[in-house]
Design a protein around this ligand. Sequence first.
Ligand code: HEM
Ligand code: HEM
Length: 171
Amino acid sequence: MLRIWDLPVRLLHWLLVLSIAGAWITSSRTGPLHEWVGYGAVAIVGARLLWAVKGNAYARFSEFVTPPRASLGYLRQVLTGAAPRYLGHNPAGGAMVVALLACVTLVGLSGWAATTDLLWGYAWPVQVHAALAWLLVGLIALHLAGVALACWQHRENLVRAMLTGDKRAGD
Ligand code: HEM
Ligand code: HEM
């Protein structure tokens, strides 16, 4: 077995999941609880961006963020069942990582903006915030579908790997 996901990557992943679940659960009430849980999610994204500089090779964005053309090419291979296995994020997964982190940031920014004196009291800033939150839900659904498909195509448990950090070497 090889250590792929180091402790900060795993910890930040599961804390991000918890904080977004927490933001959803608290979103029906206006007030500091929802806002601070939301800021927590944004802080986790910030920590993950910092770790992209200090972490191991699999944590570095330069190792798995590819041009869109490569991500689309990989998706095409997935559809034909010919997608190669990656130890780190595959090119489609890498694009999803960027999309998820960017979307959490935008949801947090729009939530903050809705609480400013300038925008407080208008309906549309909260509507924009809610629309972005639903976009995030859509991305999460695609993320889970992608993880499930990769688990099946490569006969490995990626969720366990995100818990233990370890993946088998070779094909
Ligand atoms: C709020 C929901 C979620 C968000 C925002 C999210 C976000 C992310 C991010 C940003 C990464 C990249 C990890 C990194 O390099 O730091 C990732 C990877 C991963 N996530 Fe999630 N995740 C969510 C829910 C889940 C859930 C519920 C599961 C499991 C059932 C899961 C399983 C995984 C796995 C297995 C990977 C590694 C994928 C690979 O092997 O390339 N995620 N996720
Ligand atoms: C990732 C984090 C977050 C998620 C998933 C999230 C999600 C949501 C959702 C689904 C709503 C309900 C919108 C509606 O009424 O239709 C909401 C409302 C709201 N959120 Fe967030 N939010 C997040 C972060 C934040 C942050 C960081 C702030 C501000 C500091 C914030 C401020 C608000 C405000 C002011 C409302 C309106 C509450 C109301 O009056 O109904 N949110 N959020």
